[in-house]
Write a protein that binds this ligand. Structure first.
Ligand SMILES: *[C@@H]1O[C@H](CO)[C@@H](O)[C@H](O)[C@H]1NC(C)=O
Ligand SMILES: *[C@@H]1O[C@H](CO)[C@@H](O)[C@H](O)[C@H]1NC(C)=O
Ligand SMILES: *[C@@H]1O[C@H](CO)[C@@H](O)[C@H](O)[C@H]1NC(C)=O
Ligand SMILES: *[C@@H]1O[C@H](CO)[C@@H](O)[C@H](O)[C@H]1NC(C)=O
Length: 388
């Protein structure tokens, strides 16, 4: 007993002092994962998540994970990396947006989802070659007006994830707060502090409603009962942790960072809370189950990939490597689960939440999560070797 406890302690110490980065995907496989993603991403949140993944992986100096994030360069020719696919998404979104739409794209009834495209649209504005073109800035401003002035809210200010009723989904945290924070960090002045605080407050309010004693978040609360979902959905927890991570990084790399220290500490703690609770339920081969703490549900690669990505990001930020063995185990599972054509297997169907993707069909967001995992594990490896 004593010996095994000691070994556990030693293992923990060892893991903390000598993190080993897991080998991730080769470039050819990642190119297939990316092409597959672009082939099947159609919904607002899928395109927004794809744009973020392309930024983090292919043009990381533009992403909020870098101190170079603010302000962005005035021209794409000054950006390091390949921004073509990401910019295509932003440009197509704004060029096809109906003139009378406040939101960036049809959100299928969701408030939050169209906002997921907002960061890419703001990047398109900052780097545009035609300085007379106000369409990107205008589209981003309308989206912000919709979120902050028109969308329904709870009495304490949580912006609803649904347009037709007040209902809170964990998914919202990845879709809207990162855009609100990013808009603020670019705006400067009073708008900046107001919007950084608003993005933080949305994370705080959503956690108040959705987190419970397990440390995990429920998926959907409030609104019509038939669509409420109190289970600890893997992808919902992944959206929440990853969204809070982007808000945290946006604050950290903004010029308001010194005024937002307690907010950064809270976000760090809230992300760690989800990750610590999550990995306790990891299966021996590295996967998470679709409902994280329900082993009778099926294995889900999508949430496993995004939660592993956030785990690497948190370790880079805090130098706390406690959860890295779990992330490494998840990464090797994801490597086994990407087939030779670049498709991620064993994903939850992102539209039912509770069934696997039918045979021969794949998850657009799952494809993006593989790219986010690659970007995060690249950064972790660079951080450990002192080259980030
Ligand atoms: C950049 O990405 C685009 C779109 O994915 C691709 O067609 C192009 O070949 C890439 N350019 C370079 C220099 O890799
Ligand atoms: C659009 O880009 C310009 C720089 O070209 C910047 O001054 C302006 O604030 C940007 N608009 C938004 C909404 O970020
Ligand atoms: C991982 O383990 C789960 C059961 O915990 C199993 O259903 C799944 O098929 C395994 N995945 C791989 C790639 O072996
Ligand atoms: C999935 O959820 C739907 C809607 O809540 C329900 O009708 C269905 O029975 C569930 N399926 C499974 C396999 O749990």
């Amino acid at each position: 007993m004593f010996v095994s406890t000691l070994c556990l302690l030693l293992a923990a110490c060892f893991a903390s002092s000598l993190p080993v980065a897991q080998v991730n995907f080769d470039d050819a496989t990642i190119a297939k994962v990316e092409a597959d993603m672009l082939q099947i991403a159609t919904h607002s949140w899928e395109l927004g998540t794809a744009a973020e993944a392309l930024t983090e992986l292919l043009a990381p100096s533009l992403s909020v994970f870098r101190s170079t994030a603010f302000p962005p360069p005035s021209s794409l020719s000054l950006a390091v990396g390949n921004t073509t696919a990401m910019m295509n998404i932003a440009v197509t979104t704004v060029r096809t947006k109906p003139a009378d739409s406040l939101t960036l794209i049809n959100g299928d009834g969701a408030v939050g989802d169209p906002a997921s495209l907002g960061v890419a649209v703001l990047l398109a504005n900052w780097t545009r070659s035609d300085l007379a073109d106000q369409s990107f800035a205008q589209a981003a401003r309308s989206e912000l007006v919709y979120l902050t002035q028109i969308a329904p809210r709870t009495s304490d200010g949580a912006i609803s994830h649904r347009a037709s009723q007040v209902q809170l989904w964990a998914d919202f945290v990845y879709m809207a707060p990162p855009f609100i924070a990013y808009f603020g960090a670019l705006a400067g002045g009073g708008t900046e502090s107001t919007l950084l605080q608003l993005a933080y407050d949305q994370c705080r309010l959503y956690r108040n409603y959705l987190s419970d004693d397990s440390g995990l978040w429920k998926h959907i609360v409030l609104g019509d009962e038939a669509s409420q979902d109190f289970r600890h959905w893997g992808t919902g927890n992944a959206w929440a942790a990853a969204g809070m991570m982007r808000v945290l990084q946006t604050i950290l790399h903004s010029d308001e960072a010194p005024q937002f220290e307690s907010q950064q500490a809270d976000l760090t703690a809230w992300i760690k809370e989800i990750l610590t609770a999550t990995w306790q339920h990891q299966q021996p081969n590295g996967t998470l189950m679709n409902v994280i703490d329900d082993p009778t549900t099926f294995p889900d690669s999508s949430s496993t990939a995004l939660l592993a990505a956030v785990t690497y990001r948190l370790a880079v930020l805090t130098s706390d490597y406690t959860l890295i063995p779990a992330a490494n185990n998840a990464l090797s599972l994801i490597r086994q689960n990407v087939n030779s054509d670049g498709w991620l297997l064993d994903t939850v169907n992102p539209e039912t939440f509770n069934t696997s993707s039918p045979p021969g069909t794949f998850s657009p967001e799952g494809q993006a999560f593989v790219l986010l995992l690659q970007a995060a594990s690249n950064d972790f490896a660079a951080s450990v070797s002192g080259t980030l």
